[in-house]
Design a protein. Structure first.
Length: 271
C-alpha cells in the first residue's frame, strides 16, 4: 500500500506551515505510524532545522520519535528543462526512498517553484495555512475594486487546480484541500469577520474545506529550539500552563479536521 501524502502549501511565508507540518508528523509517529518527511524548502530549511534540533534533543530523551527525513535543494542547472528534469528526479527518488512509510509529510516554500507544483500534484491532503488578514487572503483570491463580492481565484488557487488535473491524469483520487486560518489573534475584529465571510464564499467555488489552526503563541517559538511539539509536553509537566492546554485542544480540533485515514481509537489516544 502506498503512503498517504500530506502537503503543506502556500505561496506566502510566515503562515506557520512548518510548525503544523512538524506537529502532524510527530502526531502520526505517536500513533505508531511510520512517517517520512520531505522539506523542499531546503534553502530556508525550517522543517529540516526543526528535526535537526529534535534529533539533538532525542540523544538525551529516547522517547522523542523521529521520522525518515529528506531535504531537497533546488537545482542550479542553467536552463529550465534541465532544472525541471533534475528536480523531478530528485523528488521521485525521495518519494521512492520513503515509500515504505505509512505517511509522507511535505513542507513547501513560500513561493511558486517547480518542486512545489510537483509536490502539490502528489497530495492526498493539501493544507494551506493563511494568516487572518486580507494580505494573506490575496494568496487564494483576488478582490477586484475593493469589493469583497467581486472575487476571482489567485495564481496559487489556479496552480492548485492545475495540479489537481495532473493528479487526475495519474488516476489518483481527488485531493482534499483544506484552508486553515492560522496564527489567529485571540481578539475578534471586523476585518477577521470579513475575511471569514470571503473564505466561506470561496470554499464551495474552489472546492476546499475551511477550518482553524493555532492561535499566535510564544510556545511554538520556544519548542522550535528543542525540536519538540505540544505532543511532547506531558500533562503532569510543571512547564504546562493554560496556554499550552488551549494549544493542545487546537491541535486536537485540527487533527480531527484533517480526517487522517487511521483508526479513530488511535486518534483519540494520540493527542
Amino acid at each position: 500500500m502506498k503512503p498517504y501524502v500530506i502537503v503543506f502549501g502556500n505561496e506566502k511565508g510566515g503562515t506557520g506551515k512548518s510548525t503544523i507540518a512538524m506537529h502532524t508528523a510527530v502526531y502520526l509517529l505517536n500513533l505508531g505510524c511510520k512517517v517520512g518527511t520531505i522539506d523542499i524548502d531546503a534553502r530556508q530549511g525550517t522543517l529540516t532545522h526543526y528535526f535537526e534540533n529534535r534529533k539533538r534533543s532525542a540523544s538525551g530523551n529516547p522517547s522523542l520519535k523521529l521520522p525518515q527525513h529528506i531535504a531537497i535543494a533546488r537545482s542550479d542547472a542553467h536552463n529550465k528543462a534541465e532544472t525541471e528534469q533534475t528536480e523531478r528526479q530528485a523528488f521521485e527518488n525521495a518519494m521512492k526512498e520513503l515509500s515504505g512509510n505509512n505517511f509522507i509529510v511535505i513542507d513547501t516554500p513560500g513561493n511558486n517553484t517547480f518542486l512545489s507544483q510537483l509536490a502539490h500534484s502528489y497530495a492526498d491532503t493539501l493544507i494551506t495555512p493563511i494568516n487572518d488578514s486580507f494580505v494573506d487572503l490575496d494568496v487564494i483570491v483576488k478582490i477586484s475594486d475593493g469589493d469583497i463580492k467581486n472575487l476571482r481565484p489567485s495564481i496559487y488557487a489556479e496552480m492548485v487546480w492545475d495540479q489537481r488535473k495532473e493528479r487526475a491524469k495519474r488516476g489518483k483520487k481527488p485531493l482534499d484541500w483544506i484552508v486553515i486560518k492560522n496564527r489567529l489573534s485571540t481578539l475578534y475584529t471586523k476585518n477577521r469577520g470579513d475575511v471569514n465571510t470571503v473564505l466561506e464564499a470561496l470554499a464551495k467555488r474552489l472546492s476546499f474545506r475551511l477550518g482553524n489552526g493555532f492561535c499566535e503563541r510564544v510556545i511554538f517559538k520556544e519548542l522550535f529550539l528543542s525540536g519538540t511539539t505540544l505532543l511532547d509536553l506531558k500533562n503532569n509537566d510543571n512547564a504546562m500552563n493554560l496556554s499550552h492546554v488551549a494549544a493542545r485542544q487546537e491541535l486536537r480540533e485540527l487533527i480531527t479536521l484533517m480526517r487522517i485515514p487511521v483508526s479513530q481509537d488511535l486518534l483519540a489516544a494520540a493527542v
